[in-house]
Design a protein around this ligand. Structure first.
Ligand code: DQA
Length: 147
């Protein structure tokens, strides 16, 4: 099993970015811990972060035939990007949308997601633990689908 962890704009600043909202862990730490967890579960995890919408779209395209599922914190592109939605639907790879913060408890413009209605599921509000929950949820979904 191979999964792709995609992080969108400004998530490279985790650790220093609004720690009251997003916590103190860096993206490197989150990726490192999740990679260990993945290895223990026999899963290969590829990690990619970009601040550029087109780079994220291209990374999704590259995933065709390479990965079984995508874990995605698209950051602000969650609320704006039809291009990312189209890429995810175009490659038809199951994905889970995740957020560190509870986007529904924040500004109204964060309540809309262009990705959520076609996701396997959405995890929002558990800080860095959202990544673990999304990983478990996607793995469980894929293993059940393969059984
Ligand atoms: C975020 C929530 C988004 O609304 C915001 O633009 C982010 C981070 C989260 O993980 O809580 O960049 O995706």
């Amino acid at each position: 099993m191979r999964l792709l962890l995609l992080n969108g704009p400004n998530l490279n600043l985790l650790g220093q970015r609004e720690p009251g909202l997003y916590g103190h862990q860096t993206l490197e730490q989150i990726e490192g811990e999740l990679s260990q967890r993945a290895a223990a579960a026999g899963v290969q995890l590829d990690c990619f972060q970009s601040n550029f919408e087109g780079a994220l779209v291209e990374r999704v395209h590259q995933a065709i035939g390479e990965v079984d599922g995508i874990l995605l914190n698209a950051g602000a592109y969650t609320h704006t990007s039809i291009a990312l939605r189209d890429a995810l639907l175009g490659v038809a790879i199951p994905y889970v949308e995740l957020h560190l913060s509870n986007t529904h408890a924040r500004e109204p413009f964060r309540h809309n997601s262009f990705l959520a209605d076609r996701a396997v599921g959405v995890v929002s509000g558990f800080g860095p633990f959202s990544y673990d929950l999304a990983f478990d949820g996607l793995l469980n979904h894929l293993r059940r689908a393969a059984a």
